[in-house]
Every structure is written in structure tokens, then in C-alpha cells.
Design a protein around this ligand. Sequence first.
Ligand code: NAX
Length: 350
Amino acid sequence: MLWAGKKLNVDTTVVVKREMAAPIKVVVTGAAGQIAYSLLYQIASGAVFGPEQPVYLHLLDIAPMMGVLEGVVMELADCALPLLAGVLPTANPEEAFKDVSAAFLVGAMPRREGMERKDLLSANVRIFKEQGQALDKVARKDVKILVVGNPANTNALICSKYAPSIPKENFTAMTRLDQNRAQSQLAAKLGVPVKDVKNVVIWGNHSSTQFPDASNAIVNIGGAEKSVPKAINDDEFLKTTFVSTVQKRGAAVIAARKMSSALSAAKAASDHMRDWFLGTGDRWVSMGVVSDGSYGTPRDVVYSFPVTVSNGKWKIVQGLTISDFAREKLDLTGKELVEEKQDALDVCKD
Ligand code: NAX
């Protein structure tokens, strides 16, 4: 049992039951930040990799945050979590990514006042280029990578480009928070529990051009499944209020909380990784994945699609009808991703 980096004055010994699997190494970057503060508990408590899977947490942040990170390490110890096999806090990406099976890339430079989207992209793309190189060198080749730090889709693409020895299918970006928001909005409109709504889709970029699409969503009402558009019977709502509420939900949370979504973002990151490791059955989930051109989307950008997962592999749901209204939305968000990719590749040349 190891709590690397620091000797803590607490007994952190964990007795792992014999029948349990060997611990897997899981890295969280931006580990001293606000999303990680919620996410770490979920990972270490078994909510992501299952109640029989011990985890060894690698926590990466930048050097000036090591003091704060020490406090997070203390709190993890104080949670006395049976599945937590050890913790490694570090500011060194190669140490953090060594032999990891799962990577939550949350850390990124926050947008400051007066900062243009392009400045943010340029700062963050450099981080993800460096992290891609480190993953390529030291991570397991089957590592599953979830990028949360913004611009998440393009960061995931750049990370993959600089980690050529890891299959590109292993790089994903988070649009699950948008999916959860959409599902919750529909459930509220229909007056049903959120679990009774499924197959709402987020297409494209995790940005204001994303397209939350309820056209194939299904609701369970009194034991019978019904199409959401039929149950709501208000196309105008689904095309306008619903779409813009989901697109602007992040800004609404910031306006109210004076800080960006963290609890819900951490829950979404857990949902994404859990479904990737443990499977979805026939339920669809939205994930940003490297596009193969499905549904006429641009290839080789990280585009959010409906996917199902089995045996640790995702597959894009095929055969959905795309209306003219949806076509326009899919194209718009695709165009933004192509532009972001070009800007990011230009930055990486320097
Ligand atoms: P915080 O500012 O609270 O934490 C970010 C942490 O990352 C800080 O501790 C910082 O020191 C660290 N960091 C910066 N550069 C780093 C590097 N090179 N290596 C390792 N760590 C580094 O932000 P938080 O609220 O936790 O948000 C993190 C990211 O998630 C942001 O980019 C944010 O925009 C993004 N989000 C993405 C969402 C999504 O759905 N994809 C939703 C939530 C969130 O807005």
C-alpha cells in the first residue's frame, strides 16, 4: 500500500479482499481543480469501474498546485475508501500516465476575462499535445482516454495525433454532460423520472453549436414506450427552447453559481467512463469520437455521435433519419470542428 509523494500521518492501509481484481491505475489531470474534487470520490468509491475493482489514483496538476493537491490527497485518505489502493500526486505527466488503464484529462487553462476563444484554444492545445506525447510513451496501449478540458473535442483530437501508438478509438471527448442535461430537460417537460427517458443525442462539438436532438428519444410512460416528439407534441419547443436551454445551460450555471458546472461535470465524466468500461446494452450514449464520416460529418475530427458500447468498444448507432432541420445543425457544428482542428494544427506546428 503506497501513498507516494508524501508521508501522511494517517494509517492509509487498505485491506483488499482476496477475490478482488488487481488495482488498475487511473489518472485524473487537473486533480486540484473543482471538477476533480467531485470526480475523485466517484472513481475511488467504485461508481465508475465497479464495486469489485480497486483503483490506484494518479493525480496530475501543475507545480504551483502541489500544495492544494496535498490537501486533496489527505481528504482521499480520510474517506477511508476500501477500493482505493493508493494515490500518486505529481506534476510530471510521464509519471502520471505511467501504465494507466484510464485517463480523465480534466486539467486545462481556464478562460480568463478578455481572452478570445482562439487564445484559449492555443494555450490548451499545447497542453494536450504534450500530454499526448507522454501518454504515447508510458501509458498502456489499451488506455481509455476521456478529455473533459475545453475545447474538449479538439483537445482529444490533438492528443490522439501526438500518441500514434495508441489506437485513435481510445480517445474520446465528453458530451455526456450535455446529454444528461438534455435528458433531464425532457423528463421535466414530460413529468416523468429522468431514468424513463432514453436515446436523446448530442451531435457535434461540446460548444454552443452542439445539437441536442430529441427526435429519436423514447419515454416510458406507465410501462409503455413512446416516442418523445409524439409524447411532447410540440415540435417548436423541441426545435427552439429545448435546444437553446441545453446549449446555454453551462452559462446559466455560471451566472447562478459564479463558477462553472463541476458536480454535474464530474458525474457526467463518471457516466462516460463507466459506460465505456462496463457497457451500455442497447441504450445510446453520446460520446465525442474520431469521426469516420458517418451521417455525412467531416472525417478526422472528434465529433459527438450516439454510440453503444460492448466489450469496451464503442460503435456509432447507424441508420437514423436526419431531417433537413437536423442536417443544417450537424453541418454547422461540423464546420466549427474543422475550423478548430485547423487552428489547433497551426498552433502545434510552432
Ligand atoms: P479548475 O480551474 O477548477 O481546475 C483546472 C485544474 O487544471 C487546475 O487545478 C489547474 O491547475 C489544472 N491544470 C492546468 N493546466 C494543467 C496541466 N498542463 N496539467 C495538469 N493540470 C493542469 O477547472 P474545472 O472547473 O475543474 O474545469 C476543468 C476543465 O473542464 C475546463 O477546461 C472546463 O472548461 C472544462 N469543462 C468541460 C465540460 C465538458 O462537458 N466537456 C463541462 C465542465 C467544464 O466546463
